[in-house]
Design a binder for this molecule. Structure first.
Ligand SMILES: [Zn+2]
Length: 282
């Protein structure tokens, strides 16, 4: 049978050591700030931050004359120590999770394509962006950062298209159909062709305010965007090799904000938005 020191002895030893620390700290704090003694708050700070690093676990065992195996039997000594300090100071123990309010990021991954129209009554808070267009205000900051970086890289982009109303999308759509009709296509063929290039009204990402078409004075803007847009939370929405999945022709100028996390993963793994969404929620 293995002999173990009673838990109480270990805790007492630990507490005695803590008391020594507290007294030393208290005295030095008092000397440092004798105008108004802030021993308690100083002690709290000590317990919260520097304690685990400042006191190697070996010291605890040596000073308190407790065998190493006995120390481990009370769990992580620094945890035990910190919780004692916390009890004394009335602050939460080291490592306790800080509750953060949950953010709803689902808007970033909203899927709008030819099979998934915009939700009924969808509204968007718009803000003016360069090029005389508007975008969803939530993508303004990352968009500006991306444009600034592109300018710095010498590819000088300008946004030529951002948010579109239903009416605008309708007129673009009708224009495109007429273009194909003018080329001699039958009405049915013209519609089919037009839909390859202009989304049916209600199914365009431009109606979300989360997508932009970026064109520059020089061709280099496209490879630059393809390689760097993910750093700002944007994805090349319609890649050349995904036309069957996206339902849209390759558009090297069309970028969609999806957030940093999704954009990075899509970039690294070569996924389009449909593929990415299918992976996180099959
Ligand atoms: Zn576009």
């Amino acid at each position: 049978m293995r002999r173990r020191r009673p838990r109480a002895t270990i805790l007492t030893a630990g507490f005695l050591l803590f008391a020594v620390f507290a007294v030393v700290l208290g005295v030095s704090a008092f000397m440092a700030e004798n105008a108004n003694c802030k021993t308690a708050s100083l002690l709290n700070g000590y317990a919260d931050t520097s304690l685990p690093e400042a006191r190697p676990s070996g010291t605890f065992a040596t000073l308190a004359h407790v065998p190493a195996d006995a120390v481990s039997s009370v769990g992580n000594p620094s945890d035990a120590y910190a919780s004692m300090a916390a009890n004394a100071g009335g602050k939460p123990a080291v490592g306790s999770p800080i509750a953060e309010p949950e953010q709803d990021d689902s808007w970033m991954l909203m899927l709008v394509n030819r099979w998934n129209p915009l939700p009924e009554g969808y509204t968007v808070q718009l803000v003016d962006a360069p090029g005389g267009v508007q975008v969803d205000e939530r993508i303004y900051q990352p968009l500006m950062e991306m444009l600034d970086a592109a300018t710095e890289a010498g590819v000088g982009p300008i946004v030529v298209s951002g948010y579109r109303t239903q009416e605008k999308q309708q007129s673009l759509y009708d224009e495109k159909i007429n273009e194909f009709l003018g080329e001699g296509y039958s009405k049915e063929e013209a519609i089919a062709q037009a839909q390859q290039w202009v989304s049916v009204p209600g199914t365009s990402e431009h109606q979300t305010g989360l997508a932009v078409d970026i064109n520059g004075m020089i061709w280099d803007v496209y490879p630059w965007l393809a390689e760097n847009s993910y750093k700002y939370g944007f994805t090349l929405r319609y890649p050349e090799d995904k036309t069957e999945i996206t339902g849209a022709q390759h558009e090297r100028w069309h970028f969609r904000y999806v957030g940093l996390e999704a954009a990075a993963e899509m970039y690294e793994r070569g996924l389009c938005l449909e593929e990415y969404l299918n992976e996180i929620d099959p």
